[in-house]
Every structure is written in C-alpha cells, then in structure tokens.
Design a protein around this ligand. Structure first.
Ligand code: CU
Length: 361
C-alpha cells in the first residue's frame, strides 16, 4: 500500500512525488530500525536473561568491527537522507530552477503578504485576494475539493496547471508561513524581508493553502482555497477579474481620448461642425475642480458650471446647448462616476493632480 497517497493530501505539483519519496524513505528506514532495535532488544532480554542464582555475567568488553559497522552505516544513511532532502528543499528555493522548469514560458509572479490573520494574494492584473473570503467549511482533512463547488471568481487563488508560479512573499506583522500541502511547498514570511518559493501544479482541482506558523489568536483561520485550472480557463479568469488600476484622472483622460476628443478640444479651438471646446469649463483649485462662472448657453447664463450641467450635457446633450452651437451630439450613457472622471480631467488636462502613490494603503 502506498502510505503517502492514503494519508497525505493529493500530489498536485512537480515537488510532491520527490518530497513524498524522501519522506517515505525516512519513514521506512525508521520503521526498519525501530523494529530491528526493539525486536533484538526484546529477543536478547528473553534469551540472555539470568537463569539461575549462580549464573555469572560473561565479561565482554567490545567488538571493534561491530562498532565500526554500526557507526559508519547510520552515518552514511543519515547523510544520504540529508543530501536527498536538501536537494529537494534547495530546488524549491532556487529562482534559477524555477526558470529552467518554466521551459521558455513566462514565470507567473504572484505577491503574497501575511497579515494577522489572513493572506493577501496580489495578481499582476490588479486583483487582490483575501484568504478570508474563501470560507473553508467542515473537516479539511487534506481532501481534494471538486472544481465546480468553488466558483466564486474573486475569492479563490487561481493558478494554471503546468505553469511555473513564483510567490514573492513578505509579512505585514509577525512571522507567518505560507503552505500549500498538496504542492508540498511551505515558506516562512518575515516583515521587511522578501522570501520566494515556486511551484508547478500538475493536477487540476481545488486545494487548501494555510499558515503553518503559529502567529497568534486566529492563526488557524489563515486558510483559503487555491484552484488549479487549465491555461485557457486561467486566461479567461484573468480577463474576468481584471481590476482597473488607473487613477480617476487617468480614467477621465482615457475616456476623453477614446470618446470625446473627436469633437471637443481642450485648447479653446473649435473646428467647423464640432462641439464647444472644454477650455476653462473647470479649473483645478485648492484640491478641487471648480466650475466656470457665468457660462453662456442658448437662452440663459449658468451662474456656475457644476456636476449637473456636465452630466446633462453628456447624457442629454440637446437639452442645453452652448451658445452658438446647434448641437448634434448623441446622448451618452455615462455613470455619475464616469462624469466625475471627465470633470477631473477637464479641470487639469495637462497632468493628474492626484497621482497615485506607489504604496497604496
Ligand atoms: Cu499566520
């Protein structure tokens, strides 16, 4: 019987088999010596026990050959265990091995951060996953979960099968240890230090990842699901869960360039058949977009341009026409948030007044 597959989590990465082999080798060697030593000891206790009152213990000092054998053989054995285990361990921690294993394909870099008490997994496409969002139910017992029962896109860590994934890890507070039992990977994370571990998943399915370092009261709750899916499914998932990391102003700028620019300039010029320029409609002062005062439209003067006027001009453009324009723009369907993005861009078309800082809290 294969003890490993009966009692361990499934073997779902390229490391699993090797790790289990070392483990089972050590286990069987230990069992062999336990049986041999305790068995012989028991046998000798019975066989060589003192049988009569006048029996004298023979004087045996030592046996050089025997002593050399029982010293050298175990040394060779444990050195072999060390070498075998160290080779496997070293590979998981070697970035060059990761690149070699990737075999020309791109290594997928994920960013893992331990918090008291959850894991945050950040993806290059902007998505951040909190391990607490994947509620783990019932007795885990290292089982392999079925694929379909865990469908929620943004709650589960997802990786493609047969691709090298590198985890770039650190801690926000105390020492944690990131572990995926089914992949046989585990590594401590420490505040203000980076640690790296990699794996290549080989079996599709849903597994658990945990914290393996006692890190406080809710240590046992630092647990989540990781899904291994086909490469196509992974690509779809990345697309579906992509997070817009642009700033408000950048979103406004991009919308201006793709939608509004065709008819509205920013420099005050107006070409025949086009709409009014946005110049001066908003300025950016004291940290806020401020609307133009006394803005002339057909039939009235707006005291100060505000959100309402822009929202109306975007979504119901024929209602209020800028003075001297006939109109002709089709109604857009922009949300309030999108209108605000446009207004922020209008107020400062040259540069983002609130550029994103690199370290977002
Ligand atoms: Cu922890």
């Amino acid at each position: 019987m294969n003890l490993a597959s009966a009692y361990f989590s499934p073997e779902a990465s390229t490391f699993a088999e090797g790790t289990d082999s070392v483990f089972m080798f050590i286990t069987w060697v230990s069992i062999f010596f336990f049986v041999a030593i305790v068995g012989l000891m028991t046998l000798f206790v019975i066989k060589y026990r003192r049988k009569s009152e006048d029996e004298v213990t023979p004087n045996i000092s030592h046996n050089l050959l025997l002593e050399i054998v029982w010293s050298i053989v175990p040394i060779i054995l444990v050195m072999f265990m060390f070498y075998w285990g160290y080779k496997a361990f070293d590979r998981m921690n070697d970035p060059k091995a990761a690149i070699a294993e990737a075999d020309g394909k791109e290594v997928i870099d994920l960013y893992v951060k331990g918090y008291q008490w959850y894991w945050e997994i950040a993806y290059p496409h902007g998505l951040k996953i909190n391990s607490n969002s994947s509620k783990v139910e019932g007795n885990l017992n290292f089982k392999k979960f079925s694929d379909d029962e865990k469908e929620n896109d943004r709650n589960y860590m997802v990786v493609p099968v047969n691709r090298v994934v590198r985890l770039n890890m650190t801690s926000n507070d105390v020492i944690h240890s990131f572990a995926v039992p089914a992949f046989r990977v585990k590594k401590d994370v420490i505040k203000k230090r980076n640690s790296m571990i990699w794996f290549k998943a080989t079996e599709k399915g849903t597994y658990i990842y945990t914290c393996n370092e006692m890190c406080g009261k809710d240590h046992s709750k630092m647990i989540g699901y990781i899904r291994v899916v086909s490469e196509d499914k992974y690509k779809e998932w990345v697309k579906r869960t992509a997070v817009d990391t642009r700033s408000t102003w950048e979103k406004g700028r991009d919308r201006y360039n793709s939608v509004c620019k065709a008819c509205h300039t920013l420099d005050g010029t107006v070409k025949p058949g086009q709409g009014p320029s946005w110049k001066g409609l908003f300025t950016y002062e004291n940290g806020l977009p401020v609307g133009k005062v006394d803005h002339a439209i057909e039939g009235e003067v707006i005291k100060q341009v505000g959100f309402d006027y822009i929202e109306e001009s975007v979504n119901r453009p024929m209602k209020k026409l800028a003075k001297g324009f006939q109109g002709g723009m089709g109604p857009q369907t922009m949300t309030d948030a999108q209108v605000r993005e446009i207004i922020l861009f209008m107020s400062s078309p040259d540069k983002d007044p609130n550029p994103k800082t690199t370290e977002e809290k």
